[in-house]
Design a binder for this molecule. Sequence first.
Ligand code: AMP
Length: 286
Amino acid sequence: MIIARTAAELRAAVSGPCSFVPTMGALHDGHASLIRLAAEHPEPVVVSDFVNPTQFGVGEDFKSYPRDLVGDAALAAAAGAAVLYAPDVDEVYPPGFVTTVDPGPLSRELCGASRPGHFVGVATVVTRLYGLVRPTRVVFGRKDYQQLTLMRRVAKDLALGIDVIGAPTIREADGLAMSSRNRFLSADQRAEAVAIPRLLAAIAEAYASGERNPTALLLPTHALPSTLELEYLELRAADLSPYDPAAPAVALIACRLGATRLIDNLELDPADPTAAGRTLDAKEPV
Ligand code: AMP
C-alpha cells in the first residue's frame, strides 16, 4: 500500500478508475469493513485520512480528534487499500478556496440542528476529495445515516457519476457502534453507552411485534441513564422525510456522554420487521 501525502503522489499511484473510502482516520474495524467492501470490486481502493476542520463547529473536538497515521496505514493495508491518501490542510483547502457544497434543508435537521454548518463542511470536503481522487465508487457507513443520505443526494444532484454504497454498522460485542470517539469514554461512560444499542434493541423488538405508532415505538427513551444527555431520538422514513408507518423507516439517536457525542440508528422495514434486531448484533467486519 502506498501512502500519498500529495495529489501528485496520489495520481502517480492511481491513474484509472478507483473506489474511495473517505475517513477522518483513527481507523477501527468499522472503517476496515468499508475498505473490505470496496476491495470486493476490481478497482484499487483509495482511503483518505483527513481530519476536516470545516466540519467541526466552534467548541467541538477538532483539536483533540484522535490522529494515528501509523496505525491507520497498517489497518488500511490489511483491509486491502491500495493507497492511503493523507493530505495536508493546505492541499485540500489551497489559498483562495471559496466554494462550498450545501446539500439542502435536510443538512440543517437532526445532527445539522445542533452542528450548524457540519454537513456543508462534510459535503464540501468530500466533493473536493472526489475531485482529487476521481473515484467511480464511494463507500460510506450506515452508522452516519444522515451523512450517507446527504452524500447520495449530492452525487445525484450534481450528476457526479459516482456509485454511492452504504455499508453496515460494525458494533462492539455489547452492541455499541464502533466510533473513533469511543476511546474518549471513561470506563463508567463506556458501560453507560450500552444503553444506546439497548434502546434501539427495545425499539426493534416493539417494531417486530407489530408496533407502528411513533410515540409508542420511542417510549423506551425513559430507560436511558440520566448521565446520557439525549440530543434527539426521531423516527423518520428511510429517506429521512417524515415517518410513514407503512414504509421503510429509521430510528435515529444522538446523545452526549460527558463531552463525547455519540450517534446511532436502526433501520426498520415493514416487509421484514424482525430484520432490525439482527442488525444490532455484533458483527465481524465484512
Ligand atoms: P469517520 O472517520 O468517523 O468520519 O468515518 C469514516 C467512514 O466510516 C464514514 O462513512 C462512517 O460512516 C464510517 N464508519 C464509522 N464508524 C463505523 C462503524 N461502526 N461501522 C461502519 N461504518 C462506520
